[in-house]
Design a protein around this ligand. Structure first.
Ligand code: GLP
Length: 262
């Protein structure tokens, strides 16, 4: 596992965007680059950087296929807190990606199980995900895989914990009851099947999650810890998120990353 420690949120986002753009640009040949994407506040700066890089001609998304991590159950696309709405307004509307290349789970599907099975099949039809970008919850969840979700789980229906609904209520007028109780989400296994995984971890409130991801044991209590078993996982984080790391862990990663550009 690589842990790339940046000074602050802005530099972390710039670094992550440079890395993603470099991977897209390295992709030669007929096969499109398949990119997994998250919502949340963590990736917003990455999306801003990628939009600028797209505008200045440094990266194009014409040959990129995207799969989003998750979507609330019961929110129509037009709802300003649906993840569909988030992705189009914060990213897809501002880049040169063809509409048909975008995949987002439909939280209004009449048959959610069928929707999730079709999503897994669609990912497989493109040969799997090349790079899955993700954020992390304060309880260590990746996508909506709350504590005690199986580390081999696939795309399916998830029940959100009260803690997550409280944290996400900041987008729903501060009322946890307004946050949907369920979501459709890729599984931990869906994420770790990607050829590369990059998780963004920023700020003091994610310090425990970062420590458990890197130093804790592999456990379904912290679903992020599954990344320890991945052979190409990157944690992109900022100084603030490092508060719970052991000093020698912190020094170790600064040392081995010091000569790496991306
Ligand atoms: C939600 C999303 C996750 C995201 C997490 C953290 O629960 N389902 O994919 O990583 O929020 O969000 P933020 O980046 O806003 O802290």
């Amino acid at each position: 596992m690589r842990v790339v420690i940046q000074k602050d949120y802005e530099t972390m986002c710039r670094w992550a965007a440079e890395y993603i753009a470099a991977k897209i640009n390295e992709n030669r040949g007929d096969k499109p680059f398949v990119l997994g994407l998250p919502t949340g506040s963590s990736p917003l700066g990455v999306y801003k950087n990628l939009i600028e890089m797209n505008r200045s001609g440094r990266v194009s998304f014409k040959n990129v296929i995207t799969f989003n991590m998750d979507e609330y159950v019961g929110l129509p696309r037009e709802h300003d807190q649906s993840y569909w709405y988030f992705m189009w307004s914060n990213f897809f509307d501002h880049i040169d990606i063809p509409k048909e290349n975008v995949h987002i789970l439909n939280g209004m599907a009449e048959d959610p199980e069928a929707e999730c099975a079709a999503y897994e099949a669609a990912i497989a039809s493109f040969g799997g995900i090349d790079l899955f970008l993700g954020g992390i919850g304060v309880d260590g969840h990746i996508a909506f895989n709350e504590p005690y979700t199986s580390l081999t789980s696939r795309t399916g229906v998830r029940t959100l914990t009260s803690d997550t609904r409280i944290v996400n209520s900041r987008f729903f007028g501060g009322d946890p009851e307004k946050v949907p109780a369920k979501a459709l989400s890729v599984g931990v296994g869906t994420v770790t099947d990607a050829r590369e995984v990059m998780i963004l971890i920023s700020g003091h409130n994610k310090a425990r999650a970062l420590a458990e991801t890197v130093e804790g044991g592999v456990s379904q209590r912290w679903t992020c810890s599954a990344l320890q078993l991945h052979n190409a996982a990157i944690i992109a984080c900022d100084e603030e998120a490092c508060g719970e790391l052991k000093v020698d862990t912190y020094k170790y990663f600064l040392d081995i990353e010091k000569n790496e550009r991306i």
